[in-house]
Design a binder for this molecule. Sequence first.
Ligand code: HEM
Ligand code: HEM
Length: 295
Amino acid sequence: MLTASITLFLIVAGALVTSNDAGLSVPDWPTTFGSIYKMPHMVGGVRYEHGHRMVAEFVGLLTIVLAVWTWRRERRRWMRILGVAALGTVITQGILGGLTVIFFLPAPISSAHAAVAQTFFCIAVCIAMFTGKSFVEEAPPVEFDQRKPSLFTLTLLSIFVLYVQLILGAMFRHKGMSWWPHVVNAVVVAFILSWTALRAVTRFGHIAEVRKPALGVIGLMIGQLFLGFMAFLTRVAWGKEAAQPELPMVASTVAHVAVGSLLLATTVVLAIQVWRHVPAAVEERVRTGERSLAT
Ligand code: HEM
Ligand code: HEM
C-alpha cells in the first residue's frame, strides 16, 4: 500500500514536470548536471525535474524491497512472478524517463513513459490487493454471470478503451497529435465504463467487492470528464496565448493525469473482483476447454 500510494504521488510529481514544461531543466541523465551525488540548486524547473527523479528513485528502492520480500516470503508462485514483473516495469520506466531527456522529449517516448507510469501504478495496487487479508484468507462465494457479453468481458473492454484514451491523451499532451481523437474517444470511454459499472451495480450490487469499485469507476469517470473539460479550456481554448504555464492550466492538467491513473487502477480492481466473485469467464473458459477437448 505504501508503494502504491507513493507511486500516485510520483505520478503527480511527473505530471508537474510536463505541465510546467520542465522536462529539460536537468539536461543530462543518469547524471544531474554532471554529478550523481551532488544536489542541484532546486530552483525553477529543476525543482520539478530533479524532485521527480528523487521520488522515482525512492519508488525504485521500495520496489526492490517489495520484489525481494515477495520472492522470499510468498508461497504463491504467480505472486513472486508479479513482484519481479513490478521490478522490471519500474526499471523500464526509469530508462524511458532517461531516454526522453537524452533525446529532447520526443512525443512517442514521453507518451510511453506516461503509459508505463500508470501500468506500474496498477501493478502496485494489484500487489496491495493480492496481499490483503480478505484476498489471502477468504474463499469467496461464487455466482455465475449468464449474460452476454459477460461482466468480465465488459471490464476487459473498459481497460482496453482506457488504455487507448491514455495513449491518445499522452500523445496530445506531448505534442505528437491533435486533441480531437482523445476527445472523440472520451465518448466511447464514457459509454463503455457506464455500461460496465451500471451492470455491475444493478446485477451484482449485493457483492460489496464488486459494488465498491464499480461505484468508484462511476464517480472517478464523472470527475475525469469534468477535469478533461477544464484541461481543454485552460490548455487548448484559453492557453494558446500564454507565455508560460499558468496555475489553472497546471492544476487542471495535473489533476486530470492523477484522476486518470486512479480511474484505470479502479477499473483493473473491478475486473479482478468480477473474475473472482462472478466467474462467468471461468465458466466460459471451461466450456471453451470442453469444446477444444471434444474436437
Ligand atoms: C518509477 C519511475 C517513474 C515514474 C512512475 C514516472 C512517472 C512520470 C509521469 C506520470 C510523468 C508525466 C507524464 C505526463 O504527464 O504525460 C513523468 C514525466 C517525466 N519523467 Fe518520469 N517517472 C519515473 C521515472 C523517471 C526517471 C528516472 C526520469 C529520469 C530522468 C524521469 C523523467 C521524466 C521527465 C523528463 C518527464 C517529463 C516528460 C515530458 O514533459 O515530455 N522519470 N514521469
Ligand atoms: C473518462 C474520460 C477521460 C480519460 C480517462 C482521460 C484521460 C487522460 C489522460 C490519462 C491524459 C494524460 C495522459 C498523460 O499522462 O500524458 C489526458 C490528457 C488530456 N485530456 Fe483527457 N481523459 C478523458 C476525457 C477527456 C475529455 C472529455 C477532455 C476534453 C473535453 C479531455 C481533455 C484532455 C486534454 C486537453 C489533455 C491534455 C492536457 C495537456 O495538454 O496537458 N480528456 N486525458
